[in-house]
Design a protein around this ligand. Structure first.
Ligand SMILES: [Ca+2]
Ligand SMILES: [Ca+2]
Length: 215
C-alpha cells in the first residue's frame, strides 16, 4: 500500500490547502472540462464525486500531462522503497494499472485500480492480485510467474529493511504457495483455485497481506 498511502497523504495535504485557500467555485472549474468522465467514474468506482475531484486534482498535479508512463511510475513508486530495488515490481504493477496496455496510466486506470484496492470486496481484490501475478495474461499463474513476482518483492523490500525475509527464500515461498493453491496439481493456478485457496486458508491470506502491504 506504499504508493496508495503516499498518494492519499499527499491528497489530504492538498485538501487542507485547498479548503483553506480556495473556494468551491474554483474546485468545480478545475473539473469542469471533463464532467462526463467523472459522472461515469462515479458510477464505475466506489468513490464519490467529491473524492474523485480531489483525486483528479492530485493526479493532475503529479502528472500535468494527464498520463503516467512507466519510467515516471517507477520513479514515484521507488521513493517508497529507498532500501531496495523496486523497479521490477513497479514494472508488474504498472502493467496491472495500465488496463488498456498502451504504455500509460490515465486517471481512469488509476482510480479504477485504487477503487478495487481500497474499497473493493475481498474477491475483487483477489482478482486484481491474480491479474498482477498472471504476468503474460493467459489466465493462469505458473510457477515462473510467481517466482518472478516474489523475487521482485524481495528485491524491493531490501534485505536491510526486512531481515526476516533472509531466512525465507523466494523458492521456498513459491513452493509453499503452489502446493496449497494448485488444487488439481496440473502445474498452474487458475483464478478459481487462487480465490478458493485464499478463502479457505488463513495462512495464505496472511501471506497475501505481506503483498498487499506493498501494493
Ligand atoms: Ca500466466
Ligand atoms: Ca491447477
Amino acid at each position: 500500500m506504499g504508493l496508495v498511502m503516499g498518494t492519499f497523504s499527499m491528497q489530504s495535504k492538498q485538501v487542507n490547502y485547498h479548503t483553506d485557500n480556495l473556494d468551491d467555485d474554483l474546485e468545480l472549474s478545475v473539473v469542469c472540462h471533463r464532467p462526463e468522465g467523472l459522472e461515469q467514474l462515479e458510477a464505475q468506482t466506489n468513490f464519490s464525486k467529491k473524492e474523485l475531484q480531489v483525486l483528479y486534482r492530485g493526479f493532475k498535479n503529479e502528472c500535468p500531462s494527464g498520463a503516467v508512463n512507466e519510467e515516471t511510475f517507477k520513479q514515484i513508486y521507488s521513493q517508497f522503497f529507498p532500501h531496495g530495488d523496486a523497479s521490477t515490481y513497479a514494472h508488474y504493477l504498472f502493467n496491472s494499472f495500465d488496463s488498456s496496455q498502451n504504455g500509460s496510466i490515465k486517471f481512469e486506470d488509476f482510480v479504477t485500480a485504487l477503487s478495487i484496492l481500497l474499497r473493493g470486496t475481498t474477491t475483487e481484490k483477489l482478482e486484481w492480485t491474480f491479474n498482477l501475478y498472471d504476468i503474460n495474461r493467459d489466465g493462469y499463474i505458473n510457477k515462473e510467474e510467481m517466482t518472478n513476482i516474489v523475487k521482485a518483492i524481495y528485491d524491493m523490500m531490501g534485505r536491510f529493511t526486512y531481515p526476516a525475509l533472509k531466512t525465507d527464500t523466494p523458492k521456498q515461498h513459491v513452493d509453499a504457495f503452489f502446493q496449497k493453491m494448485d488444487k488439481n496439481r496440473d502445474g498452474v493456478v487458475t483464478l478459481d483455485e487462487f480465490i478458493l485457496s485464499c478463502q479457505e486458508d488463513e495462512n495464505i491470506m496472511r501471506s497475501l497481506q505481506l503483498f498487499e502491504n506493498v501494493i
